[in-house]
Design a protein around this ligand. Sequence first.
Ligand SMILES: C[S@@+](CC[C@H](N)C(=O)[O-])C[C@H]1O[C@@H](n2cnc3c(N)ncnc32)[C@H](O)[C@@H]1O
Length: 347
Amino acid sequence: MGFRVLELFSGIGGMHYAFKYAQLDGNIVAAMDVNTVANAVYNFALNCHVKTRNIQSLSEKEVSKLGATVLLMSPPCQPHTRQGLQRDTEDKRSDALTHLCTLIPQCETLQYILMENVKGFECSQARNQFVEALEKAGFYWREFILTPTQFNVPNTRYRYYCIARKTEDFAFAGGKIWEEMPESPSTEQSVSQISAILEENVSCEYLVPDDVLTKRVLVMDIIHPTENRSMCFTKGYTHYTEGTGSAFTPFSKEESHRIFELVKEIDNNNHDTSSSYEDVRQRRLDLLRQLKLRYFTPREVARLMSFPEEFAFPPETTNRQKYRLLGNSINVKVVGELIKLLIATKQ
Ligand SMILES: C[S@@+](CC[C@H](N)C(=O)[O-])C[C@H]1O[C@@H](n2cnc3c(N)ncnc32)[C@H](O)[C@@H]1O
């Protein structure tokens, strides 16, 4: 019989795609999330019905009735993010995970669990509570902090993962947080270049607007086509400039360096009284426009998060919603590889 997967905090279905990636026999028997916009995307992309449901009301009876053997989940990370108040289990958004910690030892059908959260979760009270629940239920468990760049994906997204199973202990040691895959393949493939994930003929709506170019360009993380990195995309991408994700220029590093040197010259001569403030501002802006700096499109961000090409948003989803949902999601390849590791048996 195939695996019967329960996907909680399902968002846009990152875990569903990761399960498909792992190519195991089985299917998602239920997916649940409170966010109706995310659920509409899930239904559209995966053509199946997500329950709009508060996980705090999930019961042991329901899990048993579903016959769920695998639990995949990425609970809210806001109680643990560095930018937030870090109220941990005191934060109301932790309540659903706290509820699950009570539920897990009662759910006898569950054999495998994978949980994802932000880096920093490993030091939280919520993590201790979760691990206690796993121990009480008789699971073997291992913890990781991994990033897609370790899987040849040109995107940095350090995340905490815990995999747990009842069937047998893992072949690699516990008692530490793994910062690489314990059974990583020996082939030393290099990380792909950013050019591999670019869309063609990107609309000018993605160009970085003039006011951002004027005021914020110096804090932007700018990526060139031959680079093999990009920064973590968060839900605030394009709305806030700093620390929410990278921007792209089609020019080489050398060419953009040349342009920035000219901008610097203007900035250093800004007391030159022979030209008006407006002239200087315009000259600076004209130079910056030469960079053709643009945001990565939602499709490109989805590719950097290893979503397959068949993934699509319903036509009514706005770009702001797309970036928010992607920023909250997971890297499909990293989780897919961890699912394989979770379910692998000793040869
Ligand atoms: C980190 S995101 C999960 C993203 C998801 N794995 C994906 O691929 O998009 C957390 C999700 O939990 C949902 N959520 C938060 N609290 C919830 C609750 N009490 N019940 C159900 N869903 C909840 C949010 O709406 C959000 O979609």
